[in-house]
Each structure stands twice: as C-alpha cells, then as structure tokens.
Design a protein around this ligand. Structure first.
Ligand SMILES: [Zn+2]
Length: 55
C-alpha cells in the first residue's frame, strides 16, 4: 500500500497503544516503522526527507 512517498511493507509484531506498527519504505530508500494510524491519517507522508527537501 502506498501513502504519499512511503510504502507500507509489512506489519511488525510491535504495537503503539493498539495500533499495529508497520515497517515502511520511503522513496529515499530509508526504512522506518510507523503505526497504522499515522498511515491512514497521512500525518506522516515520508520518513522526514520531504521536510528536509522543502527547507
Ligand atoms: Zn525519505
């Protein structure tokens, strides 16, 4: 599933409160983990590289 510039790769065994934490892959090749809620609400559309680019 793609969300903005990131792709949700696999759900992990981790939980953030009740959210499943997903392993995500950004277009800049960075891997990071993000709770499902963040994906759905699109509050995080990248690993942070987008903000860095816009600066
Ligand atoms: Zn990135």
């Amino acid at each position: 599933m793609e969300f903005g510039f990131i792709i949700a790769v696999d759900p992990t065994d981790k939980r953030d409160r009740k959210d499943i934490v997903w392993r995500c892959h950004c277009r800049c090749e960075t891997e990071f983990e993000l709770p499902a809620t963040h994906l759905i609400t699109s509050s995080t559309l990248s690993c942070g590289c987008i903000q860095r680019e816009s600066l």
